[in-house]
Design a protein around this ligand. Structure first.
Ligand SMILES: C[S@@+](CC[C@H](N)C(=O)[O-])C[C@H]1O[C@@H](n2cnc3c(N)ncnc32)[C@H](O)[C@@H]1O
Length: 155
């Protein structure tokens, strides 16, 4: 017989009954926690970025959602929906058809700009393709002027 009784030990911790199957204590995560933290970190970075620039272009080379079940881990969504809405241009690229459809839905669902808050008109370019090729086309097109601050995410 062990020295400990089933129930609680002297420090208040529950002593498991090893003859019983373990209790399920955790829910399965819909996405890895680090994906959610990473997306929030990018959103926060861009929040401070626009506090300084008051404008900017967001380029996301692999922009589709990793999973449809974890919108909070989707960097492009968090950045597009972040306030204040001062980023003006968005270039969103992905190889996958479904991912591009999700990007199109995300952009369509955005509310119109709030003129009372002096929100600028926004431009979105969504491309289905290989970013290795799309980036050269984008940069040669002049759509991202040298005078504008730009942030590019490759994730
Ligand atoms: C890890 S997921 C992207 C996660 C996303 N950044 C997020 O925040 O949820 C990688 C994405 O890159 C896309 N992809 C892979 N190779 C690519 C390429 N060469 N060019 C563009 N997209 C690519 C995939 O279709 C997939 O949607």
């Amino acid at each position: 017989m062990s020295g400990k009784q089933l129930g609680f030990d002297g420090e208040g911790f529950k002593v498991p009954d090893l003859d019983q199957p373990p209790e399920i204590l955790f829910k399965t995560l819909k996405s890895p926690l680090w994906s959610e933290h990473k997306a929030k970190l990018i959103e926060r970075y861009l929040y401070y970025f626009v506090q300084i620039t008051h404008h900017g272009t967001y380029i996301d080379g692999f922009a589709g959602p990793q999973t449809s079940e974890a919108p909070d881990a989707w960097a492009a969504k968090l950045v597009i929906e972040s306030r204040p809405r001062w980023l003006r241009k968005f270039f969103l690229c992905d190889l996958g058809t479904k991912q591009v459809e999700a990007l199109e839905r995300l952009v369509t669902e955005q509310p119109p700009r709030d003129k009372a808050r002096k929100e600028p008109k926004r431009e979105f370019k969504i491309r289905r393709g290989d970013f290795n090729e799309e980036v050269a086309i984008l940069l040669n097109s002049g759509w991202v002027p040298d005078t504008q601050a730009a942030f590019c995410l490759l994730d």
